[in-house]
Design a protein around this ligand. Structure first.
Ligand code: 5GP
Length: 253
């Protein structure tokens, strides 16, 4: 294959120039990082699983009219996506207390929140992605008030969809992070879900046992990360049910 132009390399993914203008190829690496890349490992098969799981969630969102950047999966590690202008904010939705919210407010992990809470974090590795208020976002011009309203609505629709899909397979969606991009169509812009949706960016707990099936397994040394992600994929029907702990992930189609 001819050499492709690399547009951007992040901690878990690489973006290459796509085959047509306005498209990119998103490549999923096996690298896992945590605590602003202080902790790093290569986890065999993680990229394959996240590519397939992100495809599953994005396809479902597109099907119910929640716009995303996803076009189609190309192969085991790559998907074709629309090129968007990423808004420099991580949008986090929380249904149960965990992680930084539990620390910040002294809430026991697993406490159900009175309603889903949407938070914004400014994407800046040097600052460790700080929590920001709408005031900061508007004052510094990262997004307009209209964008913010649209982002909250989009994030809550993603939350309803993901919560339902996960509940159906016995998994609690504790919280998740998405990134949102601007898709320009002539002079008009539309906000779409971008980046990825995978166990790297969600907290997923088995409803019966409380087992963690997400990146906290890596962050907190709770066991085998690929095994946890395979379990999510298996329950969602993305992997055949006979994939074993030692086996490499095998795609159904
Ligand atoms: P917390 O703020 O509790 O650390 O994270 C809340 C949720 O957002 C978790 O599901 C976590 O996985 C996700 N999240 C927050 N920041 C990042 C990030 O920089 N990268 C990824 N992959 N997920 C994040």
């Amino acid at each position: 294959m001819a050499r492709r132009k690399k547009i951007y390399e992040g901690k878990a993914k690489i973006l290459y120039e796509g085959p047509e203008p306005g498209t990119l190829v998103q490549y999923f690496k096996d690298d896992a990082t945590a605590y602003n890349a202080e902790k790093h490992a290569v986890i065999d098969g993680k990229g394959v699983l996240n590519n397939r799981l992100s495809e599953f969630f994005m396809t479902g969102l597109n099907a119910i009219g929640v716009p995303t950047h996803f076009i189609r999966r190309l192969n085991m590690r790559e998907q074709l996506v629309r090129q968007v202008e990423i808004i420099p904010l991580e949008v986090v939705v929380r249904n149960f207390a965990a992680g930084s919210l539990s620390k910040r407010l002294g809430l026991e992990e697993g406490t159900q929140l009175p309603r889903p809470i949407v938070e914004f974090y400014y994407k800046d590795d040097r600052l460790g992605d700080p929590l920001v208020a709408e005031e900061h976002i508007i004052a510094f011009g990262w997004a307009s008030q209209q964008d913010l309203d649209d982002m909250v609505a989009l994030a809550l629709r993603v939350n309803d969809f993901l919560s339902g899909v996960m509940l159906a397979v016995g998994i609690r969606l504790v919280d998740f992070k998405i990134e949102i991009g601007r898709l320009w169509e002539g002079d008009f812009q539309r906000l779409v879900v971008a980046d990825e949706i995978s166990p790297d960016s969600c907290r997923l707990w088995d409803i019966e046992t409380g087992r963690h099936l997400d990146k906290d397994v890596f962050r907190r040394d709770l066991g085998d990360l690929a095994d946890a992600y395979s379990e999510v994929a298996r329950r969602l029907g993305v992997l055949p049910t006979n994939v074993t702990h030692s086996g490499k992930p095998r795609l159904i189609n």
